[in-house]
Unconditional design. Structure first.
Length: 421
């Protein structure tokens, strides 16, 4: 029984020190051993500690409580209906006020990480992670599985992909030791596929995407099938198998349209745009990207992704008329209120603006003092490689070879970081 972790969490939540809780019951060192799972206390000690904390322990969990909790866990895995998830959480919160089972109580607290991520409360998710860190060493295998998985979810959302991959791999290690449902296993496989793809580990991404796709086909989960086909399309694009990339993107689009999943439909157009740029068909690429740019329902993030892709490609092909038009359009979407939120897009648009309009002093100052340091801080090695190369070439063209060498070294370093897994 994980009673020590429950006692520690409730003590911390009530801002009690170990000395205050132990006073009159047991020694501080004995309480510390209980909280760290080194000692299993007798029932009398448990009762006294719980009474002081104002909580109850009853290890005979009733079926109705278990059903409510499992329903909530499953909604967190499968549902995108935020109101439904919140409503079910209210039920869980009500039944969890009396601790029916310490193991289940910890599972609830671990699932709170996923809950906060689902409802868009990323800061609260991090707070919950930090609250649980001290007791994570006492988790059983099932709790560790979810602990690492939800940590991976958090780091994926905040785009710390190295941490995300590490946590997902740790979570996967527990699968052989657990009797997990197939939809849970498919979900972690899909998460690994996406994360490996972000690291440009194509073989691994393909393998995990295909394994996840096999399950989602069987249960007719068309949205997830579409997402798996998108990952596969990206993988095939990267290895220059354009025919298979197109096939997977088309399948993704058909499946997304069958479920009226607008976000996925637009994501398919975004990736088709990237593919046609690679194939050298600029007109067709822009046609796909303009679908996103001109869609009022598309997020500003996706519209900026699309327009910066057009700007970069237009600059590379020396189509400066197209690039200038898109730069004006992109800058019109950004203002003092939203600029910080979309800072990398703002810097990228300014980069090409300064180059095209030959504002070289502004270009150098932006790149050296702001954009490159920002990309380093964010560990966005793909963009860092791209823009460090741009800056290296600029210094080479003006015969500042020492500066050029510095940024070419940064290009090599960035590629090593991308390929180091």
């Amino acid at each position: 029984m994980n009673i020590g972790a429950i006692i520690k969490l409730n003590r911390i939540n009530q801002n009690l020190t170990q000395e205050e809780l132990a006073d009159g019951i047991i020694s501080i060192s004995y309480l510390s051993k209980i909280e760290n799972g080194k000692i299993e206390p007798n029932e009398e000690v448990i009762k006294l500690l719980c009474r002081k904390l104002g909580i109850q322990i009853n290890n005979q969990i009733d079926d109705s409580t278990k059903v409510i909790c499992n329903e909530w866990f499953h909604l967190l895995l499968t549902s995108s209906n935020i109101e439904e998830i919140k409503q079910k959480y209210q039920e869980v919160n009500e039944v969890s006020k009396t601790i029916h089972d310490s193991e289940l109580q910890l599972l609830i607290k671990i699932h709170m990480i996923r809950y906060y991520l689902k409802i868009g409360e990323t800061t609260k998710a991090l707070e919950q992670i930090n609250n649980l860190k001290d007791v994570s060493g006492t988790f059983n295998n099932l709790q560790k599985y979810y602990w690492y998985k939800f940590n991976g979810n958090y780091y994926s959302i905040v785009e710390e992909e190295n941490e995300a991959l590490q946590k997902y791999v740790l979570s996967e290690d527990f699968i052989p030791h657990l009797d997990l449902p197939e939809d849970e296993i498919a979900d972690i496989l899909y998460s690994l596929a996406v994360t490996y793809s972000k690291h440009r580990l194509t073989s691994e991404a393909q393998s995990y995407a295909n394994r996840a796709l096999e399950y989602y086909r069987q249960v007719y989960n068309f949205s997830r099938c579409a997402e798996c086909h998108l990952v596969l399309g990206i993988c095939y694009r990267r290895i220059n198998n354009h025919d298979k990339a197109v096939k997977n993107y088309q399948l993704a689009k058909q499946l997304a349209e069958s479920t009226k999943n607008k976000k996925l439909i637009l994501l398919t157009h975004l990736n088709m745009g990237y593919l046609y740029f690679v194939k050298g068909d600029t007109a067709k690429a822009i046609q796909h990207l303009d679908i996103i740019i001109n869609d009022e329902d598309a997020s500003l993030h996706d519209r900026l992704l699309s327009i910066t892709s057009i700007i970069g490609e237009s600059y590379s092909s020396k189509n400066f008329i197209e690039a200038k038009k898109r730069i004006t359009q992109g800058l019109s979407w950004l203002n003092d209120q939203n600029k910080d939120k979309y800072l990398p897009f703002y810097y990228e648009i300014l980069t090409f603006k300064y180059l095209i309009y030959q504002e070289y002093e502004n270009f150098e100052m932006l790149m050296v003092n702001k954009f490159i340091p920002y990309l380093k801080e964010q560990k966005d090695y793909a963009k860092l490689a791209e823009h460090a190369e741009l800056l290296g070439k600029y210094f080479e063209d003006i015969h500042k070879y020492k500066n050029a060498a510095t940024y070419y070294k940064l290009v090599n370093f960035s590629y090593k970081q991308i390929n180091r897994f």
